[in-house]
Ligand binder design. Structure first.
Ligand SMILES: NC(=O)c1ccc[n+]([C@@H]2O[C@H](COP(=O)([O-])OP(=O)(O)OC[C@H]3O[C@@H](n4cnc5c(N)ncnc54)[C@H](O)[C@@H]3O)[C@@H](O)[C@H]2O)c1
Ligand SMILES: [Zn+2]
Ligand SMILES: [Zn+2]
Length: 368
């Protein structure tokens, strides 16, 4: 079949919106008609090369839609099912899945390779195969994805809101609550309150944090953060240090979630300066893969038992946590509607990323 998709043909180029060829679903795959796709910062990392992936590729990894065809061997999903696409597939059978760590499922190795799990391409254009961001490619009217990436949800959940749960919401929430282990009464700093960080703020609020400090250079984001549960805001690290010192009488924060647009070595040391004894710095933003320099005090690690933790998909289990996020939304605790600043058509995906980088969007959303 033919479908319209946003394709990245090379580094530092614009997304090209064009008609491409899409094969039907193969073994254990499903064809999905997308309803919406969020504009996560990670797709921009494909453009800049911070996230290395074989190009050309169809972008997008934060989507939801309706199943229109199922391939052989798919028993659990039917045509007409409403689904959220998880940016990490979860097979349910590998060691990591069996240990309740499906965010680290063996199939996750494929998310930046390009082709489908069997190594062949479903999308084709200009005589070549196109990869799929996170084996999804949600910047497309239709896509073929592994059944392992699909989470069936109730039909009364609006799919345009559910799309955001496929990456940003679950990752940000989990960064504070699962990886960071925020407890009631804690003090939490969120460094970077964009699409992910705002959900770390929400997660910290729902987990019962007493003080939540939103740290972001963009005034609009800091103002918005108070609506999501932040109790204080800071424009830079020094201001955050002063606020946290005052709030905790020098004991400092329990958790610092780092959800800046790019992870840099300096953020680790800054995070460590904001947390106290046995405090956790949760590195969630994506760094450049060749970046190996980290600026931090080893003394802090040993003598105060401070910890630096990596965070992929908020240490969440998609088949549990995607439902958990949607339950929290339906009960009014988790805000999803308010996350979307602007809606776009697929043709406007480049404008959406301009708006993100200019600090105008909390989350942009493509509506199909
Ligand atoms: N680990 C994961 O599983 C995972 C999943 C999805 C996205 N990500 C990554 O998380 C990061 C955030 O993604 P997003 O979609 O929320 O991006 P975003 O652009 O919406 O948000 C980034 C925010 O960081 C702020 N910021 C920039 N520099 C800062 C600094 N020095 N101090 C404080 N704030 C700063 C920006 O103003 C912005 O509000 C990206 O690197 C993205 O690739 C990681
Ligand atoms: Zn994402
Ligand atoms: Zn697995």
């Amino acid at each position: 079949m033919k479908t319209k998709a946003a394709v990245l043909w090379g580094l530092n180029q614009k997304w090209e919106i064009e008609e491409v060829e899409l094969d039907g679903p193969k073994e254990r795959e499903v064809l999905v008609k997308l309803v919406a796709s969020g504009l996560c910062h990670s797709d921009d990392h494909l453009v800049t090369g911070d996230m290395p992936m074989q190009l050309p590729a169809v972008g997008g990894h934060e989507g939801a839609g309706v199943v229109v065809e199922v391939g052989p061997g798919v028993g659990e999903i039917e045509v007409g099912d409403h689904v959220v696409l998880s940016f990490i597939p979860a097979c349910g059978r590998c060691r990591e899945c069996a240990r309740g760590m499906s965010n680290l499922c063996e199939l996750g190795a494929a998310i930046v390779l390009g082709p489908q799990l069997d190594g062949t391409h479903r999308f084709h254009a200009r005589g070549q195969g196109l990869g799929q961001m996170c084996v999804l490619g949600t910047f497309s009217e239709y896509t073929v994805v592994p059944a392992a990436s699909v989470v069936k949800v109730d039909k009364d959940i609006p799919l345009d809101k559910a799309a955001l749960v496929g990456c940003g919401v679950t990752t940000g929430y989990g960064a504070a609550v699962r990886t960071g282990e925020t407890q009631d009464g804690d003090t939490v700093v969120v460094m970077g309150v964009g699409g992910l960080g705002m959900n770390a703020v929400q997660g910290a609020r729902i987990a019962g944090a007493r003080h939540i400090v939103a740290l972001d250079p963009v005034a609009y984001k800091r103002e918005l953060a108070t609506e999501f549960g932040a109790t204080h805001a800071a424009a830079d690290v020094e201001e955050a240090q002063a606020i946290v010192t005052d709030l905790t009488r020098g004991r400092m924060a329990d958790v610092c979630v780092v959800t800046t647009d790019n992870a840099e070595g300096v953020h680790v040391g800054q995070g460590l300066s904001l947390v106290g004894k046995r405090g956790r710095v949760v590195m969630t933003a994506i760094p450049h893969p060749t970046d190996t320099s980290v600026d931090m005090s080893l003394f802090d690690l040993t003598l105060y038992e401070k910890q630096v933790r990596g965070c992929l998909f908020g240490s969440s289990n998609p088949r549990h946590d995607i439902f958990r996020m949607l339950d929290l939304y339906q009960s009014g605790l988790l805000k999803l509607d308010e996350l979307v600043t602007r809606q776009y058509t697929l043709d406007d995906v480049n404008q959406g990323y301009e708006d993100l980088k200019d600090g105008r969007n909390l989350r942009g959303l493509i509506r199909f």
